[in-house]
Design a protein around this ligand. Structure first.
Ligand code: 13P
Length: 342
């Protein structure tokens, strides 16, 4: 019971109105893809620079309540020897950690995957807690393809793994952020995305409840509901907002602590416009905000270009992207006036 109160406090801090969560939790390999955008080799010093510039950016705490890190970054330091989690804590930002270990094929189910990382999870979480982490992320991947994918079997297996992970996290005093990412890449329609996301969330929440996960002490990280990137007709912000909220009302219990969005490969501007359209539909049973990686980091990386002389400019761009998404989470983003996000 005592532990749960702490979980609720963490949820309240993370879901503070007008703030969002930066997902800077790329694995070392994926961080390399970000560095390749600025023509830097994937070396530990460059990954450190990338994170240090992000985490030390002035004033980001105005718009960020939390930052998700990766194993190698939560254990890393600034050039001055300050541990990254301490940099965030000093700003009042809640440190988080990605704890899944990526996906492997689900044998017998072509094109579908399950997420690994349960072995030794409790002891890893204890270590992360001591380093300052108070929430953790686990990503399951749900792909839409043809008529049969995703199968209920793969959704059920991923849901069991998410439930077990969430139980372990809560037992360790860490808020689980459960992320069943319905993949945006593909040629599926908006209707298909809505159907799949609704089904995925229904099965997952049923499973979480079966295993007595405390939903108030949990955050859902969801995809927005939109037509696939290869579908001929792209969804408008109004369509995305209506479909996404319809989906949540069909599948997310009202006592869930909060909902945050991944950007999923949408352009930074589109992710911001869509969040704004969702927030514009008025108050919902759950606080809702952003937890983007690419939609926030891409403008930052472009401004940085991997050059030391551009660091201040890059940090200003990071602040700008966070501010625009903060406004969007309140339904106050002016897409026409914003000439910077693309
Ligand atoms: P994107 O915003 O780039 O989709 O990343 C968010 C995330 O946490 C994916 O796991």
């Amino acid at each position: 019971m005592k532990k749960n109160t702490k979980l609720y406090e963490t949820v309240a801090a993370l879901m503070a109105s007008g703030k969002g969560i930066l997902a800077a939790d790329e694995s070392d390999a994926t961080a390399g893809k970000r560095l390749a955008m600025v023509h830097l080799p994937n070396e530990p010093e460059n990954r450190q620079d990338f994170r240090e510039i992000l985490f030390t950016a002035p004033d980001v705490e105005k718009y960020l309540s939390g930052v998700i890190m990766y194993d190698s970054s939560i254990k890393n330091f600034t050039d001055d020897g300050i541990p990254f989690p301490d940099v965030l804590l000093a700003k009042g930002i809640v440190p988080g950690i990605k704890v899944d270990l990526g996906t492997v094929d689900l044998h017998g189910f072509k094109g579908e995957v399950v997420t690994e990382g349960l072995d030794g999870l409790a002891s890893r979480l204890k270590e992360y807690y001591d380093l300052g982490a108070r929430f953790a992320k686990w990503r399951a991947v749900i792909t839409i393809d043809e008529d049969e994918i995703p199968t209920d079997a793969s959704i059920a297996m991923n849901s069991i793994l998410l439930a077990r992970y969430a139980q372990i996290a809560q037992a360790e005093g860490i808020v689980p952020m459960v992320e069943p990412e319905v993949i945006y890449a593909g040629d599926h329609s908006l209707e298909k995305a809505e159907l799949v996301t609704t089904r995925t969330l229904q099965i997952m929440f049923q499973t979480l409840m079966t295993y007595k996960v405390d939903l108030e002490g949990l955050i859902l990280k969801s995809s927005m509901v939109l037509a696939g990137d290869m579908y001929p007709e792209q969804s408008t912000p109004e369509q995305v907002a209506n479909a996404t909220l319809r989906t949540f009302h069909m599948s997310v219990p009202h006592n869930v602590g909060g909902i945050v969005f991944l950007s999923g490969g949408q352009t930074p501007k589109r992710a911001t416009e869509n969040l704004n359209a969702i927030a514009s539909l008025g108050e919902q049973p759950w606080p809702i905000t952003f937890s983007y990686s690419r939609a926030i980091e891409e403008p930052f990386l472009q401004a940085w270009g991997g050059k030391p002389e551009n660091i201040a400019k890059a940090q200003e761009m990071l602040l700008y992207a966070c501010e625009m998404n903060s406004l969007a989470s309140l339904g106050r983003y002016d897409s026409v006036a914003d000439a910077k996000l693309k």
